[in-house]
Design a binder for this molecule. Structure first.
Ligand code: PLP
Length: 394
């Protein structure tokens, strides 16, 4: 690895020259089944002909124009996302962190407009919202925050899936005006929010006049079989953030607002240079259209259920495997011990996965995954897990 690169990632010793569908190839011509899709980014897999054509065509016309001008691709994408979510307006960003940063700025701005200039935001233990200072303050990972203090004030972490924890925090801090959570915690180990909990948080936010913000950066855009994972609970947040899978690989995020959060930002109160340029918006529109035309939401649910069932039955009774869980193609396999070494062992078996929260093997395959591909994941992963568990000490 080049010493010219800042040493912030512990990278695996492999680089990929190209991909096709769910497969990636390295420089030696070895192929790998990509069950991680760039951490939930390559929703259409690699080199999808429609996405390649759309990006090529847009690049030939115009890649970037400033937000000082009208950007029709951006307006079209906003209208599409508004229609899919039931929210009413959209700001585009270039990453998930920036989408959440925008949401957190909105919580402050909303507070200032409503006689609460020191607005506090309740977030969850084990949550992940990004690496900027405010999103780090919101993130429930002490390890990620360590060394970056003082972080912006006004963030309170509480236990996930506990309405009482939110009520208790608000009883101790009357300036709370926002709850921010993930419908399925991704970095937090593929932990789902319970349906009744999500509905109860929605009701509580309505009773108190708070903003309910849902971070769908990892779980959104079809991954769980609905456009957005919170739609399984039949609720609608006031703010939703998106990124990862939205662009199929081009960097784009979005902050959507509705309800009490609509119309809060005013001309000049927020902005971005890159956010929502013609290239990324045209790509994202193509991703959404392809997901719809090819029935990939329904497929993500069906193939995801098949994959989870197959993993459960293949790992049934294997000592050291605690649980297979998730929704659609957002899947975690929790072991009873730290299992970071599995990532490299899977790589050797021609399979890309990662490990989150030390003990959870995480699968985020492309949404084009077929049942045959899912069976291939099982064939490569299950022996890897069994070998790891028989070799490693608990
Ligand atoms: C990845 C992620 C983020 C951060 O997105 P970046 O694009 O890495 O800034 C925020 N929230 C969730 C839930 C994520 O999974």
């Amino acid at each position: 690895m080049s010493s010219a690169l800042s040493n912030i990632f512990s990278r695996l010793p492999v680089s990929f020259t190209h991909g096709q569908g769910v497969w990636l190839w390295d420089a030696d011509g070895r192929r790998y089944l990509d069950a991680l899709s760039g951490i939930g980014v390559n929703s259409l897999g690699h080199a999808h002909p429609r996405l390649v054509a759309a990006i090529t065509e847009q690049a030939q016309r115009v890649i970037h124009v400033s937000n000082l001008y009208e950007v029709p691709q951006q307006a079209a994408l906003a209208e599409r996302l508004v229609a899919l979510s039931g929210l009413s307006e959209c700001i585009f960003t270039s990453s998930g962190s920036e989408a959440n940063e925008t949401a957190l700025k909105l919580a402050r701005y909303y507070g200032h407009q409503n006689g609460n200039p020191h607005a506090h935001v309740i977030t969850m233990d084990s949550s992940w919202h990004g690496r900027t200072l405010a999103t780090l303050a919101a993130t429930g990972s002490a390890k990620a925050r360590e060394g970056f203090e003082p972080l912006p004030a006004g963030y309170i972490q509480v236990a996930y899936n506990s309405l009482k924890a939110i009520e208790d925090a608000a009883a101790a801090e009357p300036r709370v005006n926002t709850v921010l959570l993930e419908t399925l915690q991704g970095e937090g180990g593929i932990r789902p929010a319970e349906i009744e909990y999500l509905q109860a948080v929605r009701r509580l936010c309505d009773e108190r006049g708070w903003l309910f913000m849902i971070d769908e950066v990892q779980s959104g855009i079809g991954r769980t079989g609905k456009w957005f994972a919170h739609q399984w609970a039949d609720i609608r947040p006031d703010v939703m953030t998106l990124a990862k899978g939205l662009g199929g690989g081009v960097p784009i995020g979005a902050t959507l607002m509705g309800g009490r959060a609509a119309g809060v930002f005013k001309p000049g109160s927020h902005g971005t240079t890159f956010g929502g340029n013609p290239l990324v918006c045209h790509a994202a529109l193509t991703v959404l259209q392809t997901l719809e035309d090819d029935g990939l939401l329904e497929s993500a649910h069906r193939v995801g259920t098949h994959l989870q069932d197959a993993l459960r039955s293949a790992l049934a009774g294997v000592a050291g495997v605690k649980e297979v869980r998730g929704r659609g193609l957002m899947i975690g396999i929790e072991l009873d011990r730290a299992c970071g070494a599995i990532v490299r062992q899977a790589l050797e078996a021609g399979l890309l996965v990662n490990v989150t929260r030390d003990r959870v093997v995480r699968l985020l395959p492309p949404l084009i995954l077929t049942e045959a591909d899912a069976d291939e994941i099982v064939a490569r992963l299950v022996p890897t897990i069994k070998t790891f568990l028989s070799g490693a000490s608990a």
